[in-house]
Design a protein around this ligand. Structure first.
Ligand code: NI
Length: 212
């Protein structure tokens, strides 16, 4: 099993063309398997993510293509968030470190922070912000309509609160961590993660289920 996993991870890392082949491989594995009882796994009907167009913290396009061929942890928030966002991002850094102990794993797992506050969170602001938590984290933003097209299909709530006298405002937003599989499907939702080791373990179980 290990050899197969490593082979799959390598294929997943190797770009779009091979990524398509890997997605097919993943799909065929799933047909053979029966779903185990993994908390937070959306099965048997994981939601297929529809195309969207955003930009990352380097100003590069971030679209559905960037989700394919690898595992993605997605978290939605905003850089002015006083507590929840920093707490979750610190937790995700620990998840990344835990998964980084696995051979090859750092090649096929990415962590993406999507800002729901594009007004203030430019790519430059996001670059500094996510880099504070983990140098490999990806910050994503975009036009309001583009963000909504992603948040709505993933069921993420995000609304600005009324500004104070200085024009400062907060964002009310949903805080689940989402797991997108290499075929671009919403496979898991971590609602109130108990801790990084719990998240890493459930992720491993879901990945094992999908990759065989
Ligand atoms: Ni927040």
């Amino acid at each position: 099993m290990r050899a197969r996993l490593v082979k799959l991870a390598f294929a997943l890392a190797a770009g779009t063309l091979i990524g398509v082949g890997a997605a097919a491989l993943v799909a065929s594995r799933i047909d053979e398997a029966r779903a185990p009882d993994i908390q937070g796994m959306l099965w048997p009907e994981p939601k297929v993510v529809q195309p969207f167009a955003l930009v990352d913290h380097r100003g590069e396009p971030f679209t559905l293509e960037q989700l394919k061929g690898r595992w993605s942890f997605l978290f939605f928030g905003f850089t002015h968030c006083p507590d929840v966002c920093p707490t979750i991002l610190s937790m995700l850094d620990k998840v990344a470190r835990e998964l980084g102990k696995e051979p090859m794993s750092n090649r096929d797992v990415q962590f993406v922070f999507v800002s729901v506050d594009p007004e203030r969170d430019t790519p430059e602001v996001l670059a500094k912000y996510v880099g504070n938590f983990n140098p490999d984290f990806i910050g994503v933003t975009g036009a309001n309509e583009s963000l909504t097209s992603l948040t709505r299909q993933l069921g993420i709530y995000a609304e600005p609160e009324p500004p104070d006298g200085h024009g400062n405002y907060s964002m009310d937003h949903g805080t689940p961590v989402l797991l997108i599989d290499p075929a671009g499907r919403l496979l898991g939702v971590f609602q109130s993660p108990r801790g990084p080791l719990d998240v890493a373990e459930r992720f491993r179980q879901m990945r094992r289920f999908v990759t065989g």
